[in-house]
Each structure stands twice: as structure tokens, then as C-alpha cells.
Write a protein that binds this ligand. Structure first.
Ligand code: KIV
Ligand code: ZN
Length: 526
């Protein structure tokens, strides 16, 4: 059946392509939290992961398939039996699910990556789509690196995939190489030369290597694409993917030009963006379109004057359209449950009673330390309610002594979930370095510190500092973050979160090895 010409589906791949970017890996509870938020946002399809990549990926896709309602849940697979069967089994509990199969088609990939001739690519793509169709009707096919594929061959592959039963064909600009005019031409060529193309949904998937992912996706919509693949905050491989919030707000703001609609609840954009940033530790640049801190700030006198006369002089979107209801309302220790609940709601967060009570307790404790609480403080409290990787270790006590003329001392007391309490002392170049070293000695995990940043989450002298730590361990990047009014404490907790993530992922690896022989663990590299 031909798709509705006015509707553009939003296919979110934050949990698959987004999670592939270094330092953005998420735990299963974090993925579930993001998936629920995406469903609330109204995305049509959630690509929950690549089930054949690892046991952990399979389990996360399966958990999303079982627990998240309202969107189609999708899993990625290469065009082979093992990947496709794994994806199908991970997805089968979702009321609506899709298998997304892909195979590279460009000469560069054929020669250097796959060592396959054109005929072999055609045959494998057809087999992949047919195998996926044995499991479900909703099958998407992607010719990877499509934008660098010979047009005639691309048209042949797309036609063969449609004949084999693909209901969506996605055209990826895998390496972010194309430019808008050329990409629109590619879509027009396919629409003109591929038999059956009007019976399926054409999709677009752009990377941002040259900063054109959103522009290229929009031009594809003009040329006939009716699904856009994108990620929250544009996170993804290398320079990232097409940013969901930007493409959605461009389609909405310029509806008269594009003449299409999405079903995104745009007031959920800002809270979802903050959630993904907090979980992945990927900060949102201040000047980022739509969700950046400065996106609605007007500094120049002339602009402020115009804004006072009428907001439309210098504002094409309203902050409230994207769920940003900043106020200068300040809460403090005398603010009651009602005021706090109202503010949490205005900031776009829905908490159940249990979560609300926990966050309210933390709010009261923070209000005792800090006179005034701003929106940034409240967001940090809510986002961290379940955001951090709770792992085997927790911090019972931290003491540091720093003197500018001598090495600093730190003593940490840690509790392990197996009942052990470990106390260790270390010296370092400043209290933070000493605390990190003491944690390494206490836990026996030695890491290579790659990046350490502290920034304030709100305003004022007693603002809370968010510490973010990136380390390398066994050739993988791990990240931890924490917020406190005391930056030595937030840094130490962020470092401990890193150690917890390492231990959790090692436990996953061990249980994977214990299940030796499980055909499940096909280490896949996209
Ligand atoms: O960028 C790409 O080509 C992909 C495909 C797997 C769709 O992510
Ligand atoms: Zn991609």
C-alpha cells in the first residue's frame, strides 16, 4: 500500500547509531529510560540496537521490545541468517516490530570491506530481505554507503530489495559525503528508475561529517523521502547523525514549504534532549539549534528592543514549543511539595509518586546546603534520579587534605555489594587526583584517565558542579558523571561510576564467556 504522502515518519536511532559513538554507551536501564522517553515524544520507530553485536545488545533490544509501547521497535541485522534470527527473537515480544537489514553497495565497500562482486551483493541483499520477511512483514533494507554507490547499480539493488519484500528502503549517506542538490537528484533518479518504488516508504539516513546531515535529510524529504532517520542531539558515529530536534522543528516551522507533518510532541523535545545528554554524558553545545542554552537568548540591544515589541521580530520558534519553560523562579528550603511538583512538571518531567518522593528528599537536602535552587539544579536532581550506573561500589566516606606546597592526601571508604568495606589512602597532585588513586587502589581497577571536566549546572557562587570523567580501559572508553555543590565529591563519585560501569561490563563479559558456545555472541562491526 502506498504510504500517506503528507506524513513523514520519524525513525530514531539514538540507541543504535547514537550509542555507537565513543563514550556514549548506555546500560540496559538507561536504554529503557531513553526508549520510554522516545515513545512519549511520539517517534514512529525506535531502533533499539543491533542484537547480534553482543549478548548485552540482544538483551537491551529484547527489554525495549517487551516493555516499551506506542512505537514500532526495530533491530538492525546484517544480511545473514544468524543476525536476522537473533534480531527476530529479540523483537518478537513487541506488538509492532521491524527488522532492518543492511548491506554495503558502494564500489569502495565492495572492494575493500566485503570483497564481493555486484551480483553477489544483489543476491545477498535479496536473501537478507527474504529471510527477514520469514519473521515479519515490516522489513527495512539499507544499501550502506548508498550516496557513493553507482546510481544504476543502486537502482538495481533497491528494485531487487522491493521485489524481495522490503516495505521501507532507506538511503544512507553513511560517511556524510553528499550535498543537498546531489542527494535530491539521487532520490529523483530512484523514483524515476526503480519499479515498485511508489509502493514502499523511502527513507533517509544522514551523517554529519560535513555538517549537512539535517540539510541533506530535508532535501531528501522534498525529493520524496517519507521517513527520516535521526538521533536525539545528533549523537552518532564520528560527527554524528541528523539531529531529530532540528529536522522535526524545521519541518514544523516551515510546514507551508515542506507540506508534510510528523507526529512528534514537540514540547517533549527539550526534556528528551536533556535526558539523553545526561545519560550519555554528551554535553549540548550552548549554541545548538533548538535545544542549546542560547537558542532563545537575545543579547544585542536591537534584538532585545525588537523582542519587547513583538517576539516574532527575532524568534521563529517559541521556547515553549520545544518544551523549554525557563523561568527565573527560584526555589529554596521553604518551598513546599506543591511548588516543587509544579516546577518539575513545567520542566517537562513526569515522575511517579515513588520517584517524586525520592527526588523531593534530595531537593530538601540540597536546599539545606544551597540557598537558591534554579532550573538547572532541579533538572540535575530529576535526571540523576535513575541516570547513574548503580554498580557494586558506593562511596561511604571521603576525606581529602590539600596543601599547595605538598602532595594532597585522600582517604576513601567504599562499600561493595558483596558486603566488603574497603578503606584506602593515596597521595596525588591535588585532592581529586589523590581520590582517584585511592579508588583505584581500593577497587583494584587501574584506568587511563582521558578527560575530566567540571561545569556548573546552575547559577550563583554556590552553584552545583557536574563532574564528567572519561577513561580508557581494555581499549574501551567509559564515562561517569555526578553532581554536587562540592566538586571534589562530584569528581570522586563520577570516577566511582566509571569503575562501576567497568565492573558491570566485565560481569557481562564473564557471563557471556560462561555461556560459551552460545551462538548469540556474534561480534559484529558496522
Ligand atoms: O550509516 C549507515 O549506513 C547506517 C546503516 C546501518 C543504516 O547506519
Ligand atoms: Zn548510520
Amino acid at each position: 500500500m502506498a504510504p500517506n504522502p503528507d506524513r513523514v515518519l520519524i525513525f530514531d536511532t539514538t540507541l543504535r547509531d547514537g550509542e555507537q559513538s565513543p563514550g556514549c554507551s548506555m546500560t540496559q536501564p538507561e536504554k529503557l529510560r531513553v526508549a520510554r522517553s522516545l515513545a512519549e515524544l511520539g517517534v514512529d520507530v525506535i531502533e533499539a540496537g543491533f542484537p547480534a553485536a553482543s549478548r548485552g545488545d540482544w538483551e537491551s533490544v529484547n527489554a525495549v521490545a517487551r516493555e516499551v509501547q506506542g512505537s514500532v521497535i526495530c533491530g538492525l541485522a546484517r544480511c545473514n541468517r544468524e543476525d536476522i534470527d537473533l534480531a527476530a527473537k529479540a523483537l518478537r515480544d513487541a506488538p509492532q516490530h521491524r527488522i532492518h537489514v543492511f548491506l554495503a553497495t558502494s564500489a569502495i565497500h565492495r572492494q575493500y570491506k566485503l570483497n564481493m562482486a555486484q551480483e553477489e551483493i544483489l543476491r545477498t541483499a535479496v536473501e537478507g530481505v527474504k529471510m527477514a520477511r520469514e519473521w515479519c512483514e515490516d522489513v527495512e533494507f539499507s544499501p550502506e554507503d548508498a550516496s557513493r554507490t553507482e546510481l544504476e547499480f543502486l537502482a538495481q539493488v533497491v528494485e531487487a530489495a522491493i521485489e524481495a519484500g522490503a516495505s521501507t528502503v532507506n538511503i544512507p549517506d553513511t560517511v556524510g559525503y553528499t550535498v543537498p542538490d546531489e542527494f535530491a537528484e539521487l532520490f529523483r533518479y530512484l523514483r524515476k528508475n526503480v519499479r515498485g518504488i511508489d509502493t514502499i516508504r523511502l527513507s533517509v539516513h544522514c551523517h554529519d561529517d560535513l555538517g549537512m546531515a539535517v540539510a541533506n535529510s530535508l532535501t531528501a524529504v522534498v525529493a520524496g523521502a517519507r521517513q527520516v532517520e535521526c538521533t536525539i542531539n545528533g549523537i552518532g558515529e564520528r560527527a554524528g547523525n541528523c539531529s531529530l530536534e532540528e529536522v522535526v522543528m524545521a519541518l514544523k516551522t516551515r510546514e507551508a514549504f515542506f507540506n508534510v507533518r510528523t507526529q512528534i510532541q514537540t514540547t517533549r523535545l527539550y526534556p528528551t534532549s536533556r535526558l539523553v545528554s545526561s545519560i550519555t554524558g554528551m554535553p549540548i553545545p550552548r549554541n545548538k539549534a533548538v535545544v542549546g542554552e542560547n537558542a532563545f537568548a537575545h543579547e544585542a540591544g536591537i534584538h532585545q528592543h525588537g523582542m519587547l515589541k513583538h517576539h516574532s521580530t527575532y524568534e521563529i520558534l517559541r521556547p515553549e514549543d520545544v518544551g523549554l519553560s525557563r523561568s527565573h523562579l527560584v526555589l529554596g528550603k521553604h518551598s513546599g511539595r506543591h511548588a516543587f511538583r509544579d516546577r518539575v512538571k513545567e520542566l517537562g518531567f513526569e515522575l511517579d509518586e515513588l520517584e517524586f518522593n525520592r527526588v523531593f528528599e534530595e531537593f530538601k537536602a540540597l536546599a539545606d546546603k544551597k540557598k537558591e535552587l534554579f532550573d538547572g539544579d532541579i533538572e540535575a536532581l530529576v535526571l540523576r534520579a535513575e541516570g547513574s550506573a548503580s554498580g557494586p561500589w558506593s562511596l561511604l566516606d571521603l576525606k581529602t587534605v590539600a596543601d599547595s606546597n605538598a602532595p594532597a592526601d585522600a582517604v576513601v571508604r567504599l562499600q561493595h555489594t558483596d558486603g566488603r568495606t574497603v578503606e584506602r589512602k593515596a597521595q596525588g597532585d591535588g585532592p581529586v587526583d589523590a581520590a582517584f588513586k585511592a579508588i583505584e587502589t581500593a577497587t583494584g581497577v587501574n584506568v587511563m584517565l582521558r578527560k575530566f571536566e567540571v561545569h556548573s549546572v546552575s547559577e550563583g557562587e554556590d552553584a552545583q558542579g557536574e563532574a564528567v570523567v572519561y577513561v580508557e580501559y581494555n581499549q574501551r572508553t567509559y564515562r561517569g558523571s555526578s553532581v554536587s555543590t562540592n566538586i571534589v565529591e562530584s569528581s570522586t563519585k563520577a570516577f566511582l561510576e566509571v569503575i562501576n560501569r567497568i565492573e558491570l561490563s566485565q560481569a557481562g563479559t564473564r557471563s557471556r564467556e560462561e555461556r560459551a558456545g552460545a551462538a548469540h555472541v556474534a561480534q559484529a562491526a558496522v
